[in-house]
Design a binder for this molecule. Structure first.
Ligand code: ATP
Ligand code: MG
Length: 264
């Protein structure tokens, strides 16, 4: 590991090495508002962590930091044992590790004027400089993984919301990520369609050992999908545990109130 961080105990260091994704005391302010005060957690291979918390609590900001779309102010981030952020600064490991992280957003971000294949080919062609033949093979594979193999030449306006999100997952898979960051990817979908999309994520976890961090306001979804639920409050992970404990036996006053308000 590059730049071992002095604040970590040997046990924390071991976790950083064996986990897919580790946040260690990550902070972020916008102006004078500190949105992330000190966020720490880890995601193991094949583990799905679900992030819940009030609107504005910083869930999207954290995912955006993991994906490199937002810079943290301080803290450490590890991706598969490589320290990609040290004391708030990107390290030399960042470029090599960032393709291990795939991000999928709430609103379908497929280009409508391009076919599904062209959308999938964009990053591998321009970022990885992969050959067309190999991209085609992998695009077929990725679409098969999400049950969309017959839509190689469709354009997104012809697809339903659930189909578009499945294509968005396939597009993320083209970069061969080890961990998927999903920001409210099912919030615009009907429950049965959301369940289908969730099925894709759990299949990837079971078959490929992919880990995921899912942000959702849907507590039924959270409780079905999660190996671990992380409750975000006041810029920290205030409570974490398996869904049964988080929803069935919340400990902190903030989580009790949250669970009462969203009881499903
Ligand atoms: N680029 C930015 N500039 C200034 N403030 C920002 C920026 N991005 C986010 N914020 C603020 O940071 C806070 C956290 O936002 P964030 O989007 O992370 O919350 P969230 O937990 O994802 O909320 P929601 O559940 O509504 O999606 C909000 O108060 C938001 O206004
Ligand atoms: Mg958000």
């Amino acid at each position: 590991m590059s730049g071992t961080t002095l604040s970590m105990t040997p046990r924390q260091e071991e976790t950083a090495m064996s986990s897919l994704l580790v946040a260690d005391q990550v902070t972020k302010s916008f102006g004078d508002r500190q949105v992330l005060k000190s966020v720490s957690f880890d995601i193991a291979p094949g583990e799905i962590g679900v992030l819940i918390g009030k609107s504005g609590s910083g869930k999207s900001t954290l995912l955006r930091i993991f994906a490199g779309l937002e810079e943290p102010d301080d803290g450490n981030i590890f991706v598969r044992g490589k320290q990609v952020v040290e004391d708030g600064e990107y390290t030399d490991e960042w470029d090599g590790a960032i393709s291990d992280v795939g991000m999928i957003f709430q609103h379908y971000t497929l280009w409508p004027h391009m076919t599904v294949f062209e959308n999938l080919a964009l990053a591998p062609r321009h970022v990885l400089r992969e050959s067309k033949k190999s991209i085609m093979e992998r695009a077929k594979q990725a679409l098969a993984e999400v049950g969309m193999e017959h839509h190689l030449n469709s354009r997104s306006p012809q697809l339903s919301g659930g189909e578009r999100q499945r294509v968005a997952i396939a597009r993320a898979l083209m970069m061969r990520p080890k961990v998927l960051l999903c920001d409210e990817i099912t919030s615009a979908l009907d429950p049965p369609v959301a369940a289908e999309v969730l099925g894709v994520i759990t299949k990837l976890k079971e078959e490929e050992g992919i880990g995921a961090v899912l942000v959702t306001h849907d507590m039924a979804f959270a409780s079905k999908a999660a190996d671990k639920v992380l409750f975000f409050e006041e810029g920290v992970v205030a409570e974490e545990g398996p869904p049964s404990a988080i929803f069935g036996n919340p400990q902190t006053p903030g989580l009790k109130k949250f669970v009462d308000a969203v009881r499903f």
